[in-house]
Design a protein around this ligand. Structure first.
Ligand SMILES: [Fe+2]
Length: 543
């Protein structure tokens, strides 16, 4: 293992300190591919220009950003593309190939523009099928439907999806305090496998925060997942940095079969912030790790900002933190509940030890101002559906007596309601719950039949090392239509037409449909006088 690491250190100057120490025994990231056409997740490719971890994101209605990672910096990252696999007759380039302290890889981003809507394209990127690199197919993707295209659209949606396998979610946890609730059972498929097996049934993915859980390496070490000796369970800062990047690389490698071909639209969660999982305590050694433990590069959402390129430029948003995009009948919005909640409010992760997380806006109200402007500009005659993704929920039966009125609810809920947003989807809590449409705790009595208030979904049950959360009792918070803390799941949203949307809950273990709900929203197409933008209907809910 060590010779490979030394070899890697010789070519990546900034990463040499990271590579100087061998990862703990369970990690695969010290190994090097054999150059025989196969890439092992987490391993160093023999050809250091080999493109890894491809990931797509919509870039406006006629654009697509192709991102990937490589162990060498790319001077001019290039994507060759076309509408036929044997005729990649167009190309686009950029100068975006950057890294950050602690990373072994460089992240390249190239934006393709002027694409035809709802069209299949084929592409390859710099270094594809180079000498001794892993063999890759010519990947393909489909562009977004033009805004207003009312053909049915299906989207995969999930949150809190972490690394799978022996360094993440598996059938076992570490011996010192691993969760007993819901690890994988032998023979079950995990969520990544399920998403891949059904990839032909949806157009793209929405990941509502908590992506990969690289920050769990510290907790996993403390719990003895990587070895039970004191040196392993009490890792150095450098160990933590190494393991974080190793888990990140493995996760992206696991996701590539999906994300190279389906846009992966991500929102920020708390686990993207830094290296310490929000604070980790080793009760055996009486050590508490805070984000002081994180080396530069693993604070302030750096990993999240470097790896992804969401369409904030195209939507006047901010980084990967708040942005929007249209696809067919739907306007999708992504927000951050972690930081930037506006004047007088403090994001839940802005209270880190050294206040190392955000804010990201140029001024305190930038995100909430942007949300108001973005929603005001939506033409519901073009995109009748509006869906908002916010990682943290404000209702969950894990807290059956309620969360009070948390800052992120104060920041967003009223604006979303006033603008008649149809669906708010959350993660963070590792359960699945669907809530009757409601506003500030008042249930909309119409339920799923043309409510005025938004339908609220929590699906943080995609799975990571810690398994699932558990409801503390049989008590469910007011308005719960469905609650499940027993299985790993993801969801499939289908917008059938301008008035009907279904949510299918998929069991990751066998890709079966557990439940299906259908929401009707009139969107001004019926004569019952509400649901129509511009008609301020408040029903039984107070305006
Ligand atoms: Fe979270």
């Amino acid at each position: 293992m060590v010779p490979s690491l030394l070899k890697a250190g010789a070519f990546a100057g900034l990463a040499s300190s990271v590579l100087a120490q061998a990862p703990a025994k369970s990690f695969k990231c010290g190994s090097t591919d054999l150059g025989n056409g196969v890439h092992v997740p987490g391993a160093i490719p023999k050809n250091l220009d080999e493109p890894l971890q491809h990931r797509l994101a919509f870039a406006g209605s006629d654009g697509m950003t192709v991102s990937w990672s490589s162990f060498n910096k790319q001077d001019t990252p290039t994507v060759w593309y076309g509408t036929s696999p044997d005729k990649l007759d167009q190309h686009a380039t950029s100068k975006l190939s950057s890294t950050y302290p602690t990373s072994r890889t460089y992240n390249s981003h190239v934006k393709l523009t002027g694409l035809k809507p709802n069209t299949q394209y084929y592409y390859k990127v710099t270094g594809t099928n180079g000498y001794e690199a892993a063999y890759l197919p010519t990947f393909k993707f489909k562009t977004a439907r033009a805004p207003g295209d009312d053909s049915p659209l299906t989207v995969a949606t999930f949150a809190d999806l972490g690394l799978m396998g022996e360094d993440g979610l598996s059938t076992a946890t570490g011996p010192f305090g691993g969760s007993a609730h819901a690890t994988l059972e032998p023979g079950e498929t995990n969520t990544i496998q399920s998403l891949l097996s059904l990839a032909d049934t949806y157009e793209f993915s929405i990941h509502v925060g908590d992506i990969g859980y690289a920050d769990y390496s510290l907790k996993e070490a403390v719990q003895g997942l990587f070895g039970t000796d004191n040196a392993t369970t009490q890792p150095t800062r450098q160990d933590v940095a190494n393991h974080y990047e190793c888990m990140s690389e493995q996760f992206f490698d696991q996701m590539r079969p999906i994300t190279a071909q389906k846009p992966w639209m991500v929102s920020p969660g708390n686990h993207e912030a830094n290296c310490d999982n929000g604070g980790t305590t080793d009760e055996r050694a009486n050590i508490t790790y805070t984000d002081d433990w994180c080396l530069p590069g693993q604070t302030n959402f750096t990993w999240f900002s470097e790896h992804f390129k969401m369409p904030s430029y195209e939507s006047n948003g901010r980084g990967n933190f708040w942005y929007s995009f249209d696809n067919g009948m739907v306007h999708f919005i992504s927000l951050t509940a972690e930081t930037d909640l506006g004047e007088g409010l403090t994001g839940p992760i802005e209270n880190s030890t050294n206040n190392q997380n955000g804010p990201f806006g140029a001024y305190p109200n930038e995100q909430v101002d942007w949300l108001q402007k973005d929603l005001a500009a939506v033409d519901r005659n073009v995109t009748p559906w509006v869906v908002a993704s916010i990682h943290r929920p404000w209702i969950t039966s894990v807290e059956p007596d309620g969360l009070g009125y948390p800052a992120w609810q104060q920041a967003f809920e009223r604006t979303l309601w006033e603008n008649e947003v149809d669906l708010i989807q959350h993660g963070h809590v590792h359960t699945t719950e669907l809530f009757q449409p409601q506003y500030n705790g008042t249930l909309d009595e119409r339920g799923l039949d043309n409510p005025r208030a938004p339908l609220i979904l929590v699906n943080g049950a995609a799975g990571h090392y810690d398994g699932l959360d558990e409801f503390p009792s049989d008590k469910r918070i007011n308005g719960t239509l469905y609650a499940n803390d027993q299985e790993f799941t993801w969801g499939r949203l289908t917008f059938h037409n301008r008035t009907h949307m279904s949510y299918e809950l998929i069991a990751s273990r066998n890709s079966s449909v557990v439940e299906t709900w259908t929401l009707r929203r009139a969107h001004g197409e019926t004569d019952d006088g509400h649901g129509s933008r511009g008609k301020k209907w408040c029903g039984r809910l107070k305006c």
